[in-house]
Design a protein around this ligand. Structure first.
Ligand SMILES: NC(=O)c1ccc[n+]([C@@H]2O[C@H](COP(=O)([O-])OP(=O)(O)OC[C@H]3O[C@@H](n4cnc5c(N)ncnc54)[C@H](O)[C@@H]3O)[C@@H](O)[C@H]2O)c1
Length: 344
């Protein structure tokens, strides 16, 4: 593997990537955002074997400094503000880190004039918003964000519509929250820049990533950690929208292998949907967690969170066929590992 720079590489996905695929193959840059890392410092990465450069992607001088000693063959862009709920009240911060941060990296590269061969960006299912549905006549439709009045009245589903697995080749993006809007902006910036400069851009639209190493301190990401926290406090897991929200949970090891597959350059550049390919209700996942931890069965309520979407799952066919990638971790094994990590 050729040397790869991971920007935002100290987080959940980046750490898994360099751990699984050899820290000696990577350099990492990160600002160790306190909401993700709590009190972690660079010292925590000494011993991991990875070369670490502190840097904030929103600071032009930090970004320029990243390429002072040369431009890497491959670049992975992970740095982001990630919380959907938090994004609604932090439009500026989300735009600054996700959109402006990407723009600064791209400008720094074109100013140097030496370009990486490949750039991998981890985008999100959030770019689809509520996602694609088929109506009763079989027509593809894209409903807008659900109205608060409907959510308040406990009306969570779209009448007469059937959710479809999200597929970049077949479906239009249609974000329904600020986080999704800034991830789509990030995609568009990279896609256009890469096309113009002949750089291979791999845009991976990730579904819900889980697994050991997930931030235990960031209250805005990771519904499964939230369930585990409730159980550890001897509280019953209470699931919003009467438990009927569906998600596609994909293990972080499978995300690391998807990024590695893109970095290998064996498949064509493009936009890929990455998930387990399986749609599960939060009720089903919470029930498995409660069973595995011996906790009380989950309960349901008609509370909701503005900006959450009702259904999400990936059509992973393109990633399987073009990148030769396959998710390998079963939900049961993945959840057991997550529980061990949480308890430790
Ligand atoms: N985890 C998921 O479920 C998921 C799903 C879809 C997409 N993604 C995307 O994958 C990427 C990585 O996600 P993750 O789960 O590892 O998140 P994470 O929060 O664990 O990691 C992100 C890293 O970016 C760093 N960062 C934040 N702001 C920065 C800045 N201004 N400058 C430099 N570094 C900064 C953080 O310190 C952190 O180490 C993100 O782009 C996210 O949008 C994640």
């Amino acid at each position: 593997m050729q040397k790869t720079l991971i920007i935002g590489g100290a987080g959940f996905i980046g750490t898994r990537l360099f751990t699984d695929f050899g820290p000696e193959n990577f350099t990492v840059s990160d600002n160790l955002s306190p909401i993700v890392h709590n009190k972690k410092s660079i010292a925590d990465f000494v011993g991991s074997g990875v070369e670490f450069f502190p840097g904030d992607v929103t600071q032009p001088d930090d970004v320029k400094a990243l390429f002072e000693e040369g431009v890497p063959t491959n670049l992975v862009l992970l740095a982001a503000e990630t919380g959907t709920g938090r994004s609604l009240h932090n439009v500026t911060l989300n735009t600054r880190v996700n959109a402006m941060g990407t723009a600064l990296v791209l400008d720094a590269l074109s100013a140097i004039g030496t370009l990486p061969k490949r750039v991998v960006l981890t985008s999100s299912r959030a770019v689809y918003g509520e996602g694609p549905y088929l109506d009763e006549s079989g027509k593809l439709v894209y409903p807008q964000q659900r109205a608060e009045a409907d959510l308040k009245a406990g009306k969570f589903e779209f009448d007469g519509l059937t959710p479809q697995a999200m597929c970049a080749a077949d479906h239009l993006p249609n974000p329904s929250n600020i986080y999704g809007a800034t991830k789509l902006c990030q995609e568009n910036l990279l896609r256009n820049w890469a096309q113009s400069f002949g750089v291979d851009a791999y845009i991976l639209r990730l579904q819900n990533v889980y697994g050991a190493g997930q931030s235990l301190t960031n209250p805005y990401t990771g519904v499964l950690i939230h369930f585990l926290r409730m159980l550890s406090q001897k509280k019953t897991v209470n699931i919003y929208e009467n438990g009927g929200i569906t998600r596609d949970f994909v293990h972080v090891a499978d995300i690391a292998s998807a990024i590695a597959a893109a970095l290998s350059g064996k498949g064509p550049a493009g936009t890929y949907d990455i998930g387990s390919g399986e749609r599960l209700t939060l009720e089903a996942v919470a029930s498995q967690i409660c069973e595995l931890t011996g906790g009380p069965a989950p309960e349901f309520c008609d509370a909701y969170r503005l900006g959450d979407v009702r259904h999400a799952a990936a059509d992973i066919t393109a990633a399987q066929t073009a990148l030769g990638w396959e998710p390998k971790v079963s939900l049961k094994d993945g959840l057991s590992g997550l529980i061990d990590f949480f308890e430790a």
